[in-house]
Write a protein that binds this ligand. Structure first.
Ligand code: ADP
Ligand code: MG
Length: 398
């Protein structure tokens, strides 16, 4: 639906450009932006046709085209750029006039299509996907460029509609559905398999039943955790723009989290050093979820050195104004430095097998990130493989 809308919008702008393209180029001339090559057919009389009134009108039109969010480039028959609007300047930089279009967009299909437009004078629409420096997606309309007031009648207009955000959202949605289905299907298939076994050939085999039932329960727990985390994530995503306003005490929240995890913390050397009250604007339950997830990870990803330390103190300027910083430091397996930026992505795990073995859903840190964002706080992750992890959360004071 959005694609259709943007395509239509694109076509409307193309019509506007097509109608005014003669004038645009006159404007280009008027502004002496273009390095012209004199052509035999170019006559003094032709140029005299541009009256002052025309120039003013044209400059107005160039102004309008410079206001458009979409990227507009005009190239000559050598594919050198002869005009680009402000949006194109913003995207590709200021100094691209007269450069070959391939210096900006090295895409063989695009270059071929420019040739086709030059040859057949038809309008061509194509998708353009770039992966460097980051993913970008454009719907490109190419059509025959201005034929009057230019030295060279063969030029091509490239109209680029930036659909990056829409395509990203669409792909994210379909990846998300595929991931969730996969995550739910795995335990379900396993439960079904065991049920078939104990209701079929192992019907009277008590030993087999004793062995399979706990595994089935574990798989059912995994599905339950996944659904709980998914619901949590979808709720927080909906509320992310509303900053919680209650006066909450970080000391109380971290004591509550400690109580919740008491059983799992038993084998740990656990030190909660928070003695003072630290008041911030927040949502008590959601902050419990944040620190539960972080401490839960410290517990799960600490194989040998079972030391976890919690501190809170004055912040160090990561958020605007006076702030507090909570730090949770473990001495566990750590996170390889290059993977750190990814651990807040949905379903990203450094080691999927390890995460599943300890009952992870791959959603905990994504939930943490969204709740911290909702609180207008900052998340800072310091870690190295095999050297433990320190997660800091910065909040503005109440
Ligand atoms: N304290 C930690 N120590 C080591 N690795 C961690 C820690 N916290 C998170 N990770 C890594 O980040 C991944 C994502 O964390 P999370 O979103 O909570 O998912 P999971 O359900 O797998 O724990 C984990 O799978 C793990 O690889
Ligand atoms: Mg986790």
């Amino acid at each position: 639906m959005e694609l259709l809308f943007y395509s239509l919008a694109g076509i409307i702008v193309i019509v506007v450009i097509a109608v005014s393209r003669k004038s645009i180029v006159a404007g280009m001339e008027a502004r002496s932006d273009i390095n012209r090559e004199n052509k035999p057919g170019d006559t003094e009389e032709g140029i005299e046709d541009i009256t002052n009134e025309n120039i003013e009108k044209t400059n107005e039109q160039v102004k309008i085209i410079n206001q458009i969010d979409d990227l507009i480039l005009i190239v000559d028959k050598f594919k050198n750029i002869k005009f680009f609007n402000n949006s194109a300047k913003k995207k590709f930089g200021e100094n691209n006039l007269n450069k070959h279009v391939a210096t900006l967009l090295r895409v063989p299909d695009l270059l071929q299509n420019i040739d086709l437009v030059l040859l057949k004078k038809e309008t061509i629409t194509m998708d353009l996907e770039l992966s460097s420096p980051s993913f970008q997606f454009f719907k490109v309309h190419l059509f025959s460029g201005p034929t009057s007031y230019v030295d060279d009648p063969d030029s091509v207009v490239l109209f680029l509609k930036d659909l990056t955000d829409i395509i990203k959202a669409q792909r994210f949605k379909s990846d998300f559905v595929a991931n969730v289905s996969h995550e739910l299907k795995t335990p379900l298939v396993s439960i079904k398999g065991f049920l078939e076994t104990i209701s079929g050939h192992a019907k009277d085999d008590l030993e087999a039943q004793k062995k399979f039932i706990p595994i089935m329960l574990e798989q059912a727990d995994r599905m339950e955790s996944l659904i709980k985390d998914l619901l949590s994530l979808s709720k927080i995503e909906l509320e992310e723009h509303i900053q919680p306003q209650d006066k909450v005490n970080l000391k109380e929240i971290l004591n509550n989290v400690e109580d919740i995890h008491q059983k799992n913390l038993k084998p740990f050397e656990f030190k909660n050093n928070i003695k003072d009250d630290f008041f911030i604007k927040g949502d008590h339950e959601k902050l419990i979820e944040v620190f539960s997830n972080i401490i839960d990870n410290s517990i799960k990803y600490s194989d040998k050195n079972k030391k976890i330390e919690i501190n809170c103190g004055q912040g160090n300027g990561k958020v605007i104004g006076d702030s507090y910083t909570v730090s949770i430091k473990d001495n566990g397996i750590g996170i390889p430095t290059e993977q750190i930026p990814r651990i807040t992505e949905i379903f990203f795990r450094v080691d999927a097998a390890k995460s599943k073995k300890v009952g992870g859903t791959g959603l905990g840190m994504a939930i943490v990130k969204h709740i911290v964002n909702q609180h207008r706080g900052e998340l800072e992750i310091k870690s190295e493989a095999q050297s433990g992890t320190e997660i800091k959360v910065h909040f503005s004071k109440f």
